[in-house]
Design a protein around this ligand. Structure first.
Ligand code: GMT
Length: 375
C-alpha cells in the first residue's frame, strides 16, 4: 500500500514508534511517506519506498502562533494527491488527528476517500489532550478517525474514561525489532563507562516532570551506598539542569554521567545492568522495552501501561509512584547477587521478544487492509 505517516520527528517514543513502523512497512514492500516538520531522528535511509515530505510553516508577524495544523493539512492534501497515497496513519492525536481530518475532508471535495488511522500514544490523552482547552477538539478528531489504536490496554481504558469516545479502540502494543540489537552481548565496551566492579544503571527520557527525574537520582543515591555503581542519564529536557544540581548537592557528580540525546541507545543499553523508570505516568514505556531487548532489568513505578511490559519479580520490579525507598531496595536486591542479576536480565530479554515487530506489524497491516476496504 501507499501509506502517509504523520508523527513528531523528535527523540520521543511516539516518533520512534512511527519511524520504526514506517521503515518496517517499507521493508515489507509498502511505500511510506513521512509528513512532518523535520526528518525523523531514526529515519536515516530515504529511498524508493521511504519518502520524507517537510511541512513548512512560513513565519508571519501577524500570527502570535504560527498555524502548523493548516500547513500540515495542506501538505497532506498535496502529498496524497501527488503520490496516490491510499491511507493515512497519524501518530499522537494532537494536532495530527485534527489536521488529518481536515485533509480528509478537503480530499473528499475532490472525490478522493482516504481512511485515517489514529494511534494514541499517551500524553496526547493523559496530560495534554485531557486539558479542557483541547478536549473537545481531541474528542472530535478521535471519533472522526476511521480506526483508533492505542499502545496499551491501560491507555485504551483511560481514553474511554476521560473522553466521550464512540469508536472502538484497538490495542496494538509498541514493538521492538530484535535484529537491530544484534550486538553480541560480550563486546559492549563497558570499560568506557565504569570500573570492572561497578554496576551500570541507566535512565533514558525527555527529562520532563512526568519522568520523576529527582526520583531517579534519589534511587541511585541509595544504591551506590551499598553497591559500587555508575548512573548514565541519556536525553535532554527541562528537568535536566535541576538533576545536575541535585547530583552535585548529593555529592554524586563523579558517579553520574549526563550524555544528552544519543543516537547510540543500543550501545549504551548493551553495557547497562539496570534501567530506572520511576515515571508518574507512562502509557507503555518504550524505553523500558528497548532496555529489555538489550538484557537490562527494570526498576519502575507501577503506573499506566508499564505493568504490561515490566513483569514484577520476573523482568524487574514495580513500586508505587514516588516510593523511592522500595525502588532502591528492589534495585539492590537484583544487583547484589550476580546470579539473580543474570536471571532478571535474561527474563527481560525473553519478555521483550513477545513484542517483536514480526508479531505486531501484521496487526497494523490487517487494520490498514480493513480500513482501506471499508472506505
Ligand atoms: O514519554 C514521553 O513523554 C514521550 C511520549 C511521546 O509521545 O513520544 O511517549 C509516549 O509514547 C510512547 C510511545 O508509544 C510510550 O512508550 C510512552 O510511555 C508515552 N509517554 C507517556 O505516556 C508519558
Amino acid at each position: 500500500m501507499k501509506i502517509a505517516i504523520v508523527c513528531y520527528p523528535t527523540f520521543g517514543g511516539s516518533g520512534v514508534v512511527a519511524t520504526e513502523l514506517g521503515i518496517a512497512l517499507a521493508e515489507r514492500g509498502h511505500e511510506v511517506h513521512f509528513v512532518t516538520y523535520r526528518q525523523p531522528v531514526r529515519l536515516e535511509l530515504l529511498g524508493n519506498r521511504i519518502h520524507f515530505h517537510e511541512v513548512h510553516v512560513p513565519e508571519y508577524p501577524l500570527f502570535h502562533y504560527q498555524p502548523y495544523e493548516l500547513a500540515l493539512s495542506s501538505k497532506l492534501v498535496d502529498t496524497i494527491k501527488l503520490y496516490g497515497i491510499e491511507l493515512l496513519h497519524v501518530h499522537y492525536a494532537i494536532p495530527h488527528a485534527y489536521a488529518g481530518y481536515m485533509a480528509k475532508k478537503m480530499l473528499e471535495e475532490e472525490g478522493i476517500f482516504i481512511p485515517m488511522i489514529t494511534t494514541l500514544h499517551g500524553t496526547d490523552i493523559t496530560l495534554v489532550g485531557n486539558h479542557p482547552f483541547y478536549k473537545p477538539a481531541v474528542t472530535f478528531s478521535i471519533n472522526q478517525s476511521d480506526v483508533v489504536t492505542s499502545v496499551s490496554e491501560n491507555l485504551k481504558q483511560r481514553t474511554l474514561k476521560f473522553f466521550n469516545i464512540r469508536k472502538e479502540i484497538e490495542v496494538v502494543p509498541n514493538f521492538i525489532d530484535k535484529t537491530k540489537y544484534s550486538v553480541s552481548f560480550k563486546d559492549c565496551q563497558r570499560s568506557l563507562m565504569a570500573k570492572d566492579d561497578e554496576k551500570i544503571i541507566t535512565h533514558i527520557s525527555n527529562f520532563r516532570k512526568v519522568k520523576h527525574i529527582p526520583d531517579v537520582i534519589h534511587i541511585f543515591h541509595r544504591i551506590q551506598q551499598e553497591i559500587p555503581a555508575k548512573l548514565i542519564m541519556v536525553g535532554e529536557g527541562p528537568e535536566k539542569e535541576n538533576a545536575e544540581l541535585l547530583c552535585d548537592r548529593l555529592g554524586l557528580s563523579e558517579k553520574v554521567i549526563f550524555l544528552g540525546n544519543s543516537h547510540e541507545i543500543d550501545r549504551i543499553l548493551c553495557f547497562s545492568d539496570l534501567f530506572l523508570l520511576p515515571s508518574k505516568s507512562e502509557s507503555f514505556g518504550l524505553a523500558a522495552l528497548e532496555a529489555m531487548i538489550n538484557k537490562v532489568a527494570i526498576i519502575s513505578s507501577n503506573t499506566g501501561g508499564i505493568p504490561e511490559v515490566n513483569k514484577h519479580g520476573i523482568t524487574g520490579f514495580l513500586s508505587d509512584v514516588g516510593d523511592v525507598e522500595d525502588m532502591a531496595k528492589n534495585a539492590i536486591k537484583i544487583l547484589e547477587d550476580e546470579r539473580r542479576l543474570e536471571e532478571f536480565k535474561q527474563n527481560a530479554y525473553n519478555a521483550a521478544l513477545k513484542f517483536d515487530i514480526l508479531k505486531v506489524l501484521p496487526l497494523y497491516e490487517a487494520i490498514y487492509e480493513k480500513a482501506y476496504k471499508s472506505r
